[in-house]
Design a protein around this ligand. Sequence first.
Ligand code: NAD
Length: 473
Amino acid sequence: MGEVKEEYSLFKDVSKVVDLAAVYLDIHPGLLSQIKECNSIYKFHFPLRNDDGTYEVLKGYRVQHSHHKLPVKGGIRYSSFVDEEEVKGLAALMTYKCALVNIPYGGAKGGVSIDPNKYNATQLERITRRYTSELIKKNFIGPAIDVPAPDYGTGAREMSWIVDTYEAFNPNAINAKGCVTGKPLSQHGIDGRTEATGMGVYIGIREAVSVKEDMDVLGLTTGLGGKKVIVQGLGNVGYYAAKYLQEAGATIIGVAEYNGGIFDEGGIDIEALKSFQVKNKGFKGYPKGNFVEESAEMLTYPCDILVPAALENVITEKNASQIQAKIIGEAANGPVTQEAAQILIEKNVLVIPDMYLNAGGVTVSYFEWLKNLSRVSFGKLEKRYDMKKYEALLESIENATGDTFTDEQKDLIVRGASERDLVNSGLEETMVTAYHHMNSVRKSKGIKTLRIAAFTVALERIAVSYLDLGIFP
Ligand code: NAD
């Protein structure tokens, strides 16, 4: 009998890392098994009637990985690769991610197994509303239970349809707006959510390259200035990550999309490339740089930082040995497989793990949910009060010293914080604190990789939460 190759499973991959992290902790094996399992898995089918009268039966999922904290939280993915193992893996990652960045949620994830590019907006609306009503039927959505968000193939538009459907079924629920995050601002979203994951990716990479000791090991200087970056996937996360990295002085030399990439050693103008992509549905014909037909090959081009920001399972045992980047920033969920991670350790590549690096999305989603529950935008109550207080303070200093501040200085000090200022401040605080904590745990426990260190931090927090319930010894 020939060797049967086990199918790739993101969930099993995540569970393997949890086991590696558990080695550094003293956790009861029963508790560890409980933490690793998915608490609830909901798989369902629903029909879609097409305009020509034909029907399709679509497959939907919502997996709640851990109920150690409620509500559970995680995005909804529309992709033809969506299957139970993927959704379970992504849900588990959400649990560890939230624990790592100290956001009080359990993890969840949902998806519909469709290629969203094959459907028009009306069909996508029908799919989304039907998917939502299936979740409502089984109590798999609600501000206190399970709060979805955007993920691959979905965005603010889908979140609007979700909240509208949820409110239609729950007209008296005063907290209904908090049933989903990533909503447009007009639908009680939060300023800064769209950019949040990409901004978090930028902050995380910036923090990683700021540590001299770690950069010395890689043979890199500190700081983003002049670092050569290749990004895979110029969607929501990839675009904003590339934009902020470029603004901070990095040179984006390559961008890979599913239908071709652009490579330009001299640097790519991300805004210009994005506008071209929106207009032309790809990079073919972009007037600058070289078009790369087989864009997956760009993952192995020489660069300092590689940012896979599309899908999972793109750096595997097949291409890991050819990777030339010194740092891989996992903006997508699960882009580097466990086998590949082993090869990358031997190649001395620093992998900044997904569960940390793309946590900006859930962090700002948390702020949005808090805003929805409190029904007031951040900064609204104190902004004018703060401005008046600082104006009075500046006036007293001017009177006491006889000096005057310039208008720019006054503006900088007096300007009260807007919702966006507060969101960005909370995001930065979360990402900076989590990076250095995870990195210090890596060093203090002699852990080989940031990923295992991240899981160690997360696992310990989840275990404490269960232990405080008194369920396990
Ligand atoms: P998106 O749909 O906005 O963008 C994904 C991009 O990747 C698209 O432009 C798509 O064309 C491109 N792509 C698809 N297949 C590709 C391929 N084979 N090669 C190159 N490019 C390809 O999705 P997103 O929201 O940016 O999510 C991307 C990843 O980030 C996913 O793994 C998701 O789980 C993760 N993530 C997203 C968020 C968020 O807030 N959106 C938060 C955390 C994690």
